[in-house]
Design a protein around this ligand. Structure first.
Ligand SMILES: Nc1ncnc2c1ncn2[C@@H]1O[C@H](COP(=O)(O)OP(=O)(O)O)[C@@H](O)[C@H]1O
Ligand SMILES: [Mg+2]
Length: 441
């Protein structure tokens, strides 16, 4: 197997493990283990042939990370192989991949509902969802002007100028962001947390569903109570991937999911009726709004469509994701990039851009001739460059080496391997949903 295939396999394995681990139910832990082990052995092989000491150290680091992941999975499998513990004892590991228990009706069920985490554990889990202020702001989000405006009015202004929102002007309380995957919904939420001073809880529904079987409804109740009791102004609760909790009712729906939905609806209603109604702002996000139960949909005062980036936003996206890099692009080349990325989501563009940024790094490994820059750094050049030094990268002082500028050719190559991931069919579904329920962001 050549080096490139090994790289691709490591990448595919890591993605497969992540994907499996993110599933809301029926996580195949054995598959995760086997894939992680395969990944580990490939990394080992890559580390063995790698000549660059920095790259080798990176491989070793990655190898150690995957190793610890493998140990966790082995411990989990070991735990699941043991008979279920006494319900009165605490369950230490979240049941992300609990072994299926056959219930009396023969349907596979998860951990018995009564196995409970104790209050301190739930409290700790809630406190873990509180987001510390990060560095990301609205400036780091391309496009989405209307969405940013609405969210500023809904969340940021009422917190900064509560005196403006009196009488009939009541701030919004519940907003749903929906749109194709990778358009920046989670990123917008992260940016809001940095713009406000009050407590911001970021909850991923798939974690809630998979780790807290039978406990999720208590967790939701306590989350809202916690948010209500915060001293400083209005708290924001962000529930990402809300569709994993609030799917339309179905006959096959499990009891704990039903109870969790009921609790969430109750909390949303409670926020309307209680005296503390101004204390919580609920922001939710989903990639598939049509799967939401209509009872939930109705309770969002605004449903904002977060679309694919338009032409200007696509240029801003590339600029944001190359902010710290050295680009050499003409105006015409920028236009070419904006046109060629039509239909790409923000994350498609981020990935494509990252692929392009690797071009100059890849060239370093192949380079045979180097010239000195004005700052005294060494950068690849052609053999006929005056003063060109013939050397392999590995023989040069690492701190002197600088990659060449990123050029249009790097983007063209990357565009060939990074395609759009959102289909026309998906967009039609969003368009129809927006006509029926939403507003454009
Ligand atoms: N509008 C945007 N501005 C800047 N980066 C974006 C934008 N949309 C997506 N991205 C990039 O794509 C990644 C995934 O975005 P994310 O917010 O997780 O998407 P979503 O939650 O809509 O699925 C982000 O980490 C960021 O790198
Ligand atoms: Mg998201």
């Amino acid at each position: 197997m050549d080096e490139k295939s090994m790289f691709l396999e490591v990448k595919a394995c890591l993605e497969a493990v992540l994907q499996e681990g993110k599933k809301a139910s029926n996580v195949d832990i054995q598959l995760m283990l086997e894939t992680s082990q395969r990944c580990q052995s490939r990394i080992q092989q890559l580390a063995a042939v790698e000549k660059n000491s920095q790259h080798k150290a990176l491989f070793e680091q990655l190898q150690a990370n995957v190793q610890s992941h493998v140990s966790i999975l082995l411990a989990k499998i070991d735990q699941l192989d043991k008979p279920p513990s006494d319900p009165s004892t605490d369950q230490q590991v979240p049941s992300v991949a609990s072994s299926p228990h056959k219930s009396s009706n023969g349907i596979e069920d998860r951990v018995p509902e009564s196995t409970g985490k104790k209050d301190p554990q739930r409290r700790a889990a809630i406190e873990e969802t509180i987001v510390k202020k990060g560095g990301l702001t609205f400036q780091d989000i391309a496009g989405l002007h209307d969405a940013k405006e609405t969210l500023t009015e809904a969340i940021i202004m009422p917190l900064q100028f509560p005196q403006l929102f009196t009488g009939c002007i009541k701030p919004w309380k519940r907003i749903l962001l929906y749109g194709p995957p990778g358009t920046g919904k989670s990123r917008v939420a992260e940016a809001i947390s940095a713009e406000i001073n009050s407590t911001f809880y970021c909850v991923s529904s798939s974690d809630l569903v998979s780790s807290w079987v039978g406990e999720s409804e208590k967790l939701i109740k306590e989350l809202f109570q916690h948010a209500n009791s915060q001293p400083e102004g209005r708290s924001v609760i962000f529930i990402d991937e809300i569709d994993s909790i609030c799917r339309q009712r179905s006959l096959r729906e499990e009891e704990h999911t039903r109870r969790m939905k009921t609790e969430l609806l109750k909390q949303m209603e409670g926020a309307d009726n209680s005296s503390s109604s101004e204390k919580i702002f609920l922001l939710c996000a989903t990639n598939c709004p049509w799967e939401l139960d209509s009872a939930f949909l109705r309770r969002f005062q605004k449903r904002i469509y977060i679309p694919l980036p338009d032409r200007d936003a696509r240029i801003s996206l590339i600029k944001i994701h190359t902010r710290d890099n050295n680009l050499q692009l003409t105006d015409k080349e920028w236009c070419y990039l904006a046109d060629s990325t039509d239909g790409y989501s923000g994350s498609d563009i981020a990935n494509m851009t990252l692929g392009a940024l690797f071009g100059p790094i890849r060239d370093l490994r192949m380079a045979q001739y180097w010239c000195q820059t004005a700052e005294g750094h060494l950068t690849p050049c052609t053999p006929d460059t005056p003063g060109a030094l013939n050397s392999r990268m590995i023989d040069l002082p690492p701190d002197k080496i600088r990659p060449r500028q990123v050029q249009i050719g790097d983007f063209i190559k990357s565009l060939q391997t990074h395609r759009r991931t959102v289909t026309e069919g998906d967009l039609v579904k969003f368009k129809e949903f927006t006509e029926d329920f939403g507003e454009n962001g």
